[in-house]
Design a protein around this ligand. Structure first.
Ligand code: C2E
Ligand code: CA
Ligand code: CA
Ligand code: CA
Length: 273
């Protein structure tokens, strides 16, 4: 494998055409990370704008690398998808998130990201129900976030429908960034639309972003779906989203993603302010 000056392999970089050997090195490292339990889930609180209380948390995976420190998901999820390792890694994420949510003092929701590739590698219905059974978490507390990156197959849609019947919530993530947002909405009765942070980021300056947010919320209302605005960083944005009628807000203004121990402290604090 081609090495960095420090002798280690390079991580996935979308700008570089990785050599096959480099990719294999990262795959090998991911496999061993799974064995050594080097993955960790962070949790980002989501605020319910109706009640002004916590709605739940989104689980976000990190790789706690022995020498490289905390590696963000965008640097290894693509390779995990290409190599098929997203199967076992995704199963671990589901089981860990459900087990953690089960330890919370409040019956908050936990939102888990599902890679579209997981459907090719796993019987997602079986993986999710296993995580629920192992943890004892009620299905109503689990929400799955699906991005609009890949066309949902008949099989994937069928799995999601069965999970929905159990009470699991299904969200359409990063809404508006793909090129098939509308056909996605038509292909499955999602419970929630997550408004991508790129629209929220520009909303105070750009009337175009505001128009898209407003239209998305209107569309979601008509389709009986709720909305979460992502990437909320300022009070101004939060106020405007409230006025626009978003159901929930998520972003650094409310809280950054944090380890489960920090989240416990955060929840205790908001319960006893
Ligand atoms: P996402 O699902 O859209 O997750 C939201 C991302 O936005 C997270 O980045 C979060 O840390 C970040 N974020 C939250 N609030 C703010 C804010 O106010 N400002 C800014 N600038 N950023 C904010 P993260 O954790 O690096 O995750 C990136 C992406 O990696 C996720 O995007 C998701 O697509 C993927 N990912 C993360 N965890 C998982 C996982 O467990 N499984 C799968 N399949 N994908 C995951
Ligand atoms: Ca997400
Ligand atoms: Ca998102
Ligand atoms: Ca995203």
């Amino acid at each position: 494998a081609k090495s960095d000056p420090d002798g280690s392999y390079r991580f996935y970089d979308p700008n570089i055409q990785d050599s096959r050997a480099e990719r294999r090195a990262l795959e090998e490292a991911l496999r061993s990370a799974l064995d050594k339990r080097e993955f960790e889930l962070f949790y980002q609180p989501i605020l319910d704008l109706g009640t002004n209380r916590m709605w739940g948390c989104e689980a976000l995976v990190r790789w706690k690398h022995a020498t490289k420190g905390m590696i963000p998901p965008l640097q290894f999820i693509p390779t995990a998808e290409e190599s098929g390792l997203i199967g076992p890694i995704g199963d671990w994420i589901l089981e860990e998130a459900c087990a953690t949510a089960m330890t919370w003092n409040l019956p908050l929701k936990v939102a888990v990201n599902l890679s579209p590739v997981q459907f090719k590698r796993r019987d997602v219905y079986a993986s999710v129900t296993k995580a629920l059974t192992l943890s004892g978490l009620p299905a109503q507390r689990l929400v799955l976030e699906i991005t609009e990156s890949v066309k949902l197959t008949e099989e994937a849609t069928a799995s999601l429908r069965r999970l929905k019947t159990l009470g699991v919530g299904i969200s359409l993530d990063d809404f508006g960034t793909g090129y098939a947002s509308m056909s996605y909405l038509r292909s499955f009765p999602f419970d929630k639309i997550k408004i991508d942070q790129s629209f929220v980021r520009g909303m105070m300056e750009s009337s175009g972003s505001r128009a898209i947010i407003k239209a998305t919320i209107g569309l979601a209302n008509d389709l009986r779906m709720s909305t979460t605005a992502e990437g909320v960083e300022t009070q101004e944005q939060l106020n405007a989203l409230r006025v626009a009628g978003a159901s929930q807000a998520q972003g650094y203004l409310i809280a950054k993603p944090m380890p489960r121990e920090a989240l416990e402290a955060f929840m205790t604090e908001i319960q006893n302010p």
